[in-house]
Ligand binder design. Structure first.
Ligand SMILES: NC(=O)c1ccc[n+]([C@@H]2O[C@H](COP(=O)([O-])OP(=O)(O)OC[C@H]3O[C@@H](n4cnc5c(N)ncnc54)[C@H](OP(=O)(O)O)[C@@H]3O)[C@@H](O)[C@H]2O)c1
Length: 273
């Protein structure tokens, strides 16, 4: 039986992925910052729920040791933990900027580096990084978040060359918009002194709401993204990128067809009121 190790499995895509793999008979290590709150995943015999904060190196090493002790080995790492900083860049504090990168990029790198010795010892392994369509395209008012996902894309693509030499595959999942607690948990970047941006922010908030409603039929559920992750893990291919959701597929296809100015004009027409 194979074993998967997931970060940020308390809610949203991480939890749906943990449930999906557990349902498919995999051993699952579902890591999260507050495991004491988890009530569903603890019911599975093949799921280990344990504490891990991607910003705390000791918690990463401890969770990996626990997983190996319980299941013998880890075959696949899913780097899923992440959050969004939403608002005008100028309003962001130094701490908010650092924290956004510390969780979404450096946290992912920390967990990856902590698991690589284990994968090399096993002479195989797989790393699945949960990026976003927003790792290749951008919407307004999420510049820091996009910066982290663009970083994850470049990191993963380059890393895949050296890890192929060790029989370790790297994959990227690029979900479109998925209903999860992501938006409600997002960090708001706000500074009352920056009222010059108010008209723009209002226009985006209205336009984006309409955009989400108009495209609701194209958006994947967390369970659908979990299915895409399962396919990426099991398809035996060297495919690097997996858009998840028809919205992501359409948007990323369009990005390839248009030049920068055309694509920016398209985004403007879609999300600004
Ligand atoms: N939802 C979307 O539309 C969408 C689209 C594209 C990509 N994504 C990406 O998918 C991933 C999962 O997001 P989601 O939509 O499922 O959002 P979510 O429901 O808010 O889940 C985010 C998870 O990350 C965890 N997390 C945050 N900071 C952490 C830290 N320092 N250490 C460990 N875990 C931490 C959260 O844990 P706590 O419960 O402890 O806060 C939670 O388990 C993220 O990387 C996100 O950027 C989401």
């Amino acid at each position: 039986m194979k074993t998967i190790f997931i970060t940020g499995a308390s809610t949203g895509l991480g939890k749906a992925t943990a449930m999906h793999f557990a349902g498919q008979g995999w051993n699952v290590t579902a890591t999260m910052r507050s495991p004491e709150k988890e009530t569903e995943l603890i019911k599975y015999n093949n799921v280990l729920v344990t504490r891990m904060d991607v910003q705390q190196p000791e918690s990463i090493h401890r969770a990996i040791s626990e997983a190996v002790e319980r299941f013998g080995q880890i075959d696949v790492l899913i780097n899923n933990a992440g959050y969004g900083a939403v608002g005008v860049f100028e309003a962001a504090t130094e701490k908010q900027i650092h924290n956004q990168f510390d969780v979404n990029v450096f946290g992912l790198m920390r967990v990856t580096q902590a698991l690589l010795p284990h994968f090399r010892a096993n002479q195989k392994g797989m790393i699945v990084n949960i990026s976003s369509q927003g790792g290749r395209i951008t919407f307004p008012l999420t510049s820091l978040y996009h910066a982290t996902k663009f970083a994850v894309e470049g990191f993963s693509e380059s890393l895949s060359y050296e890890l192929a030499s060790q029989n370790i595959r790297v994959k990227l999942i690029e979900p479109g918009i998925v209903k999860t607690p992501w938006y409600s948990s997002a960090e708001r970047l706000h500074n009352e002194l920056l009222s010059d941006y108010n008209d723009f922010t209002e226009s985006f908030n209205k336009g984006f709401e309409k955009f989400i409603q108009k495209n609701a039929h194209l958006q994947a559920t967390a369970e659908m993204v979990a299915q895409t992750i399962f396919r990426a893990v099991t398809d035996e291919s060297d495919q690097l990128r997996y858009p998840a959701g028809h919205d992501a597929e359409e948007t990323l296809n369009l990005r390839e067809q248009l030049n920068d100015e055309e694509f920016k004009a398209y985004v403007h027409s879609q999300v600004l009121d």
